[in-house]
Design a protein around this ligand. Structure first.
Ligand SMILES: *[C@@H]1O[C@H](CO)[C@@H](O)[C@H](O)[C@H]1NC(C)=O
Ligand SMILES: *[C@@H]1O[C@H](CO)[C@@H](O)[C@H](O)[C@H]1NC(C)=O
Ligand SMILES: *[C@@H]1O[C@H](CO)[C@@H](O)[C@H](O)[C@H]1NC(C)=O
Length: 431
């Protein structure tokens, strides 16, 4: 558990009163959330996001957030073999679907251009580590996906931004998580700087169309003649920040890092710009984001709140940006605290009494991923966001919890959480 020197006196009191049980999800609870994710992720981007959750939570040596240079070892260390197995099953599924042929095509068929590329990192790793000794089939699958994105079959706007749709040129904020991280990883695996530049360029062009400086946030969908969505969809802002962080980390750990300083600097600014806009303008005492950030008639959405908070911890550990950590802490404590108060969870294998989780580990309330104006029920991507939040927080804690006490303006609500911990701690001492 955490370092004692960093615990506040109040937390220490609580620990004295209730030994062992800390204010965080237990590993077993995160695995319960992951079970719901595994059994529900069926659509391309859900599978891709699950792949990333597997890397960040379990197969950490193969995550771009690992503290090692890229590419990772092609000989898989023993302790990573078990954790990688679910990732390999994803790659195997793609191959058995026919992706290893010799024509440019997406990894899986989909009505959206961008989403299949989200599975690309799993396939690149399968190729790189020679999974199942499939000759060059994984290589073909990865190259087919890359060639498809670059081909004329995929429309692009005048500046080269890849459309999310084939029938019209349309940019979706979600795509920043699906395409650029694949392109960047393609560059490190094939030892070629061009795809890394393309990853950066895609983000730059997406931001040029979607970021609204007056609102301080990204719009959801622009361009084309049907299906546009000018709303400041909270999840879209979180997808964009999370995609940029993966690309940043990929560049940063690659041998091209020294030559891509200005690109890294831009990515840092663009992540911080989202954190500043969202947390300084659209975050209130509820500690969660509205589904449409600036629309008080929309519900508080635990899904986007979790993903955006995860990007704050990542920005702290990989970009050295700590300013918004207290906001992320507020979200994390709100979502992960039992109804009975901090440090009161006694059964780590389930969610006995939580406002934001069902007993069997579904996050609630969440946006419907297929109908983003509405609240939904069981959301696969929301399950992945919980895993990403827990993993990003864990890595931030190991890195020394930088920024934990930053930003005085958030102290009030943060101390509310601590105050209830205090009363429980005192209550227990009196018993
Ligand atoms: C991580 O590994 C544990 C233990 O095998 C497993 O229960 C869990 O589902 C895995 N997490 C993810 C995100 O796949
Ligand atoms: C596949 O992996 C090999 C290394 O085993 C690498 O040389 C090659 O560039 C990779 N190709 C793709 C498309 O990932
Ligand atoms: C914890 O919850 C699980 C699942 O509901 C149950 O089977 C188990 O007995 C509980 N353990 C304790 C110590 O209460």
């Amino acid at each position: 558990m955490g370092s004692f020197t960093r615990l506040t006196g109040i937390a220490l009191l609580a620990l004295l009163a209730r030994p062992v049980v800390a204010q965080e999800l237990a590993e077993e609870q995160v695995n319960l959330v992951s079970s719901r994710l595994a059994e529900s992720a069926r659509r391309s981007w859900e599978i891709g996001t699950r792949a990333q959750a597997i890397l960040e939570h379990n197969a950490t040596r193969y995550s771009v957030f690992a503290n090692n240079d890229l590419p990772p070892p092609s000989n898989i260390p023993g302790d990573q073999q078990g954790p990688l197995e679910p990732l390999w099953n994803i790659a195997r599924g793609v191959l058995s679907g026919g992706a290893g042929g010799s024509t440019a095509q997406p990894l899986v068929s989909d009505s959206a251009v961008s989403d299949p590329a989200s599975i690309g990192v799993a396939v690149l790793l399968a190729n790189y580590t020679n999974l199942d000794k499939k000759d060059d089939q994984y290589e073909h699958a990865a190259r087919n996906q890359y060639d498809y994105l670059m081909s004329n079959a995929v429309p692009k706007n005048g500046e080269g931004a890849i459309s999310h749709k084939t029938e019209q040129i349309q940019l979706w904020s979600d795509a920043v998580y699906m395409v650029p991280p694949f392109l960047a990883y393609y560059g490190v695996i094939t030892n070629d700087r061009t795809p890394l530049d393309q990853a950066y360029e895609q983000i730059k062009q997406y931001r040029a169309q979607l970021y609204d400086s007056n609102a301080g946030a990204w719009k959801h969908i622009v361009g084309g003649n049907s299906g546009t969505d000018d709303s400041f969809w909270a999840t879209g802002n979180a997808w964009a920040a999370a995609g940029m962080l993966r690309v940043y980390a990929t560049i940063d750990k690659s041998k091209f890092s020294g030559k891509m300083k200005s690109q890294k600097k831009d990515l840092k600014n663009w992540v911080q710009e989202i954190h500043k806009g969202v947390y300084e303008r659209y975050f209130d005492g509820e500690n969660l984001l509205r589904n449409h950030l600036n629309d008080p008639n929309t519900f508080y959405d635990a899904a986007s709140s979790a993903l955006l908070a995860s990007t704050v911890y990542r920005a702290s550990t990989v970009m050295g940006q700590h300013k918004y950590v207290p906001y992320a802490e507020r979200t994390r404590l709100t979502l992960f605290t039992p109804n009975t108060g901090p440090w009161t969870n006694t059964n780590w294998t389930r969610f006995g009494d939580y406002q934001y989780f069902t007993t069997d580990g579904w996050l609630r309330p969440v946006v419907d991923p297929m109908n983003t104006g509405n609240q939904g029920q069981n959301s696969p991507e929301a399950q992945a966001f919980v895993v990403l939040l827990h993993s990003a927080w864990r890595d931030w804690r190991w890195a020394g919890e930088k920024g934990k006490n930053a930003a005085g303006r958030t102290a009030a609500s943060y101390s509310t959480v601590l105050a209830s911990a205090f009363s429980i701690a005192v209550g227990s001492l009196l018993l």
